[in-house]
Design a binder for this molecule. Structure first.
Ligand code: ADP
Ligand code: MG
Length: 614
């Protein structure tokens, strides 16, 4: 048999390698930003078009390259950062494999313009799919500009695999924030399609965090500072009362490189034990310095996992450092078990400080009318009574604008349920009761009905939201004074993106600014005191699963809102509420399934019961 083994041509090898290095536009962003950091830049500008699908451009004022280096930089395994394998254990740079530029050039159109300080003229090189198209001298300031256009132009499968712009942009912002957080001494900017997303000046660590996540972040941070022989840990953790449902603001950096570590995360969680509400996540920005020799850096360039030699020691040190900080800054809330939490405003809302409305938003404000002012402030203070008490508020839509429509529903539902329920349904006490604060059980002529209260209400609210959206007769309750809520800049950006869809469900935003949101009106099925919590949930779910198109947007939002506004398992319901829930459920188009396709109720007829009891 003749020989069959061949060496792959370079451009094919590069394309294969590229598959590992470049998964999406954000991977290119990461590599280019890291190259600029390695080149000791003090200012780095990132410019993105169409979530990186059209253009990713990074310019820096770093050391630049000579003409020869510029050309060489696109060769595979061309790096200035290590010379021998031993160098791997002294690594101070982000890159070292010499793979990134070669990989990127294999799957995109790349322009590189660079000049080092010693030379008078710079070099501009254009490549397409690993091939150098042109190379010329040029006039350019010291530093480097790399432009990457039409990513994956020659691998349609990869290009089609990219997610929506919103999703890809999110990934880019994530990478940008990670690099920017790790290098506060470097100024950064990020522009996307002509709008400026970030302008970060040279700063210290705390200022950088605040510049990225918004002015209100400052008061939420507690410093962590621990120096031991094994590791130095510096940074900040969030006060427990600011913990959120979103996991967004959690960052570990080891020797200034962003890493993910379930193990370290566990140590943080352990330090917060007993301080957090269920399903809440604390923010943290933690920077570890360890001897480069004590970590396994031989990890894949795009992976962010890390392996420490002395993992257990680091776990223990981290946990106690955070506990110490939380204790020292006395931020552990006093735990009072006798306290009736039902009387409280929801946790997340409690720390959104009541704000006296500003004069420009309250047009009727009269400085001489003291009484009116006090009333306003008071209603702001607590909103409606929270938790279980607010359940009645869920019906508030009933007696507003669309009463007519709702009475029709009640009427219809009676027609539908007429033969379902036993004769004496007038008296709600008979035949209907709540079981384990979870189910509503109702006697039928021919058996019984067991209804899952949360899912039932979820279905009801979902259909109401959808109806509001389509008939555009949204049940919006206008607030006496605009409600001010604080979010991180990242969250307000998300809110801004879904503002229109949210407004269709009954929200009325007056302003969405950097880290502050003012709301004039809210869907009537949500009470004022719940708004903060519900929006928190909406953002968490949204971030977790951004839908691919506008149409799905609205449905998805209706679903999240309904889910979060629906009564929870564990909520006691009185007889009237139980009956109303049943009536409204059976007025729904699809009463049998929750919007997530879970069973809403179970029907047992006499036959079933007979069988079971045999
Ligand atoms: P690595 O970063 O692993 O060395 P890259 O392919 O990312 O590999 O880059 C190859 C080489 O090109 C780098 O080692 C560096 O010498 C040079 N280089 C890349 N980007 C820049 C930049 N922005 N400024 C100066 N030199 C750069
Ligand atoms: Mg690199």
């Amino acid at each position: 048999m003749s020989d069959i083994i061949q060496l792959l041509p370079d451009h094919v090898a590069n394309q294969i390698a590229a598959g590992e290095v470049v998964q999406r536009p954000a991977s290119v962003v990461k590599e280019l930003l890291e190259n600029a950091i390695d080149a000791r830049a003090t200012r780095i500008n990132l410019l993105i078009k169409d979530a990186g699908k059209t253009l990713i451009q990074v310019s820096d004022n770093g050391i630049g390259m000579s003409t020869t280096d510029a050309r060489l930089s696109f060769e595979r395994h061309a790096t200035s950062k290590i010379k021998a394998a031993e160098d791997l254990f002294r690594l101070k740079t982000k890159g070292f494999r010499g793979e990134a530029l070669a990989s990127i050039a294999a799957i995109a159109h790349v322009d590189l313009k660079t000049k080092n300080a010693e030379e008078d003229t710079g070099t501009v090189i254009r490549l397409k799919g690993s091939r150098v198209e042109s190379q010329e001298p040029c006039v350019t300031p010291a530093g480097t500009v790399v432009g990457v256009k039409n990513l994956f132009y020659n691998i349609p499968a990869r290009r089609n695999f990219l997610k929506s712009d919103a999703v890809e942009k999110r990934h880019i912002i994530d990478e940008f924030q990670r690099v920017a957080l790790a290098h506060p001494q470097v100024a950064f900017s990020l522009h996307h399609n002509d709008s400026e997303l970030f302008q970060l000046h040279k700063a210290n660590q705390r200022q950088r965090i605040v510049a990225i996540f918004g002015g209100k972040t400052n008061e939420k941070l507690v410093p962590v500072d621990e120096e031991t022989e094994v590791v130095t840990i510096k940074g900040f953790v969030g006060k427990p009362e600011f913990a959120k449902r979103t996991k967004g603001e959690q960052f570990f950096f080891v020797n200034n490189r962003f890493v993910k570590s379930g193990y370290l995360h566990h140590a943080v969680s352990a330090a917060y034990e007993g301080l957090l509400q269920d399903k809440k996540h604390p923010a943290y920005f933690l920077f570890f310095e360890v001897d480069a020799q004590s970590i396994d850096i031989n990890i894949h360039p795009t992976k962010t996992e890390i392996k420490f030699d002395d993992e257990r020691a680091i776990y223990a040190i981290l946990k106690s450092a955070i506990k110490h900080s939380l204790g020292q800054f006395n931020v552990s809330p006093s735990l009072d078990f006798k306290h009736d939490s039902a009387l409280d405003t929801p946790y997340a809302y409690r720390d959104r400080k009541p704000e006296v409305p500003k004069i420009e938003v309250n047009r009727d404000f009269n400085p001489f009318n003291d009484g009116a002012k006090k009333r306003g402030a008071r209603s702001f203070d607590r909103g409606r009574p929270g938790n279980t008490a607010s359940w009645e508020g869920l019906y508030s839509g009933l007696n507003t604008k669309n009463t007519e429509e709702f009475s029709r529903i009640e009427f219809e539902s009676e027609a539908v349920t007429g033969d379902l329920f036993s004769e004496d349904e007038e008296s709600p006490q008979t035949g209907i009761f709540q079981l384990q604060k979870k189910y509503i059980v109702s006697a039928l002529k021919e058996g019984m009905l067991i209804i899952h209260q949360h899912r039932a209400h979820y279905r009801i609210l979902y259909e109401e939201f959808l109806k509001n959206i389509t008939v555009k007769a949204t049940l919006s309750q206008q607030l006496l004074f605009p409600l001010t809520l604080h979010f991180s800049t990242r969250e307000t950006k998300m809110l801004y993106e879904i503002k229109n869809s949210l407004e269709q469900t009954g929200f009325d935003f007056s302003t969405i600014e950097e880290d502050e949101v003012k709301i004039n009106g809210i869907p009537s099925v949500i009470s004022e005191s719940e708004v903060g919590v519900v929006l928190d949930h909406v953002l968490a779910d949204w971030e977790h699963d951004i839908p691919e198109n506008k149409h799905k947007n609205t449905k998805f939002l209706a679903q999240i809102l309904a889910k979060n506004a629906a009564i929870k398992t564990g909520t006691p319901l009185n007889a009237k509420e139980q009956l109303s829930l049943i009536n409204r459920l059976f007025a729904c188009k699809e009463s049998g399934l929750s919007p997530e396709n879970e069973k809403v109720f179970l029907r047992l007829n006499a036959e079933d019961l007979d069988k079971k009891i045999m």
